[in-house]
Design a protein around this ligand. Structure first.
Ligand code: IPD
Length: 334
């Protein structure tokens, strides 16, 4: 395992360099399953680099890669050592220059996760886990928050990349009605950073009701100095509904891998999503569990990596409470 880990880590860092160099450049963008399911030449280049490098050293190993699957390769999980790879998780963020992007790599042997690596090369955050050895951020041990109360939980979720009306309805029922006629929605969790993102071009707009002058003062100037404008927008009220579950807050980082890593590191308490893929969660599954967290199916049953849905939480109690209030949704398996 040590050899697998070291080879993979070296390749991950090399791939990180490719993403770092590409994020500010013009990209060739194509769509996949929907108009908001994006792929760029960097996603493809990084996946080739990772699979090529691993294959050269471990010719007997198997691979499930997001972009190889998109290109028509079968997605089959056997008992053989299998690397499950998302070369750029958070492609929408990457396309917009929002620095919440990650390489996500999980190694499964006999269908059990043994290595998990999530690397954000822009913010230099490297989350790692090996079976039975704990989870780490940049080499320092991490633990989940241990939060048990839904009312105190900071929860991540995602709108996802499907525009299937039934799926979207379930997302809206489970969360808050945020999706309008926009490319993607990000709940950044800080008005200042969100305004900063608009100023640097990583996001195109930011709207919020109930801010204070201290939330806006610096950002207003920065956005305006960067050529943007600020307006009052009462109409937004209509589009905001309260989350029924009465949570402390909701976050959506735009990357399933980073949502899971944030639960592992205790920065958020839970994350759930319907419609993600094996490559989005393979690494995060091990990292959350090695950090003391719980990973289940959205029904509360055991996680099935190929079944396109996940809850991860800082405690069993929280995972159970979330599974009890979520409306369920079935999607075609990976
Ligand atoms: C997507 C991101 C997104 C999640 C989607 C994933 P990609 O991965 O993780 O946050 O909502 O379900 O497919 O396409 O950016 O690699």
């Amino acid at each position: 395992l040590d050899k697998y880990y070291e080879v993979c880590l070296d390749l991950t860092k090399e791939a990180g360099q490719v993403i770092r160099e590409a994020i500010a450049k013009t990209k060739q963008i194509q769509t996949k399953s929907s108009d908001i399911d994006l792929v760029t030449e960097t996603d493809q280049q990084v996946e080739k680099l990772l699979i090529g490098g691993l294959q050269k050293t471990f010719p007997d190993h198997k691979f499930i890669g997001e972009e190889s699957t998109a290109a028509g390769q079968k997605c089959v999980l056997t008992d053989d050592p299998t690397w499950i790879i998302d070369p750029v998780d958070g492609t929408m963020n990457f396309v917009h220059g929002l620095p919440l992007v990650a390489i996500s790599i999980g190694l499964l042997i006999k269908k059990n996760p043994v290595i998990g690596i999530i690397y954000n090369p822009i913010l230099e955050q490297l989350y790692t886990a090996r079976l039975g050895q704990g989870a780490f951020l940049n080499g320092n041990p991490i633990r989940v928050s241990g939060e048990k109360e839904l009312s105190k939980a900071l929860v991540c979720s995602e709108v996802g990349t499907s525009t299937d009306p039934l799926k979207v309805q379930v997302v809206l029922n489970n969360l808050t009605k945020l999706v309008g006629n926009v490319h993607g929605v990000r709940l950044y969790g800080t008005a200042a950073c969100a305004l900063g993102m608009v100023a640097c071009g990583g996001a195109d707009a930011f709207c919020h009701m109930g801010l204070h002058c201290w939330d806006l003062a610096a950002g207003q100037l920065i956005v305006e100095e960067a050529g943007g404008c600020l307006r009052d927008y009462e109409g937004l009220k209509k589009n905001l509904q309260q989350l029924h579950a009465g949570l402390a807050g909701i976050r959506a980082l735009g990357s399933a891998a980073l949502n899971m890593a944030s639960v592992a590191a205790g920065g958020t308490d839970s994350y759930f999503e319907f419609g993600l893929h094996a490559w989005d969660m393979a690494a995060g599954d091990l990292i959350v569990r090695e950090a003391g967290g719980i990973v289940t199916d959205t029904t509360g049953g055991p996680l099935d990596l190929m079944n396109r849905r996940v809850i991860c939480a800082s405690s069993e109690e929280l995972a159970k409470k979330l599974s009890e209030i979520l409306e369920q949704f079935e999607m075609e398996r990976d």
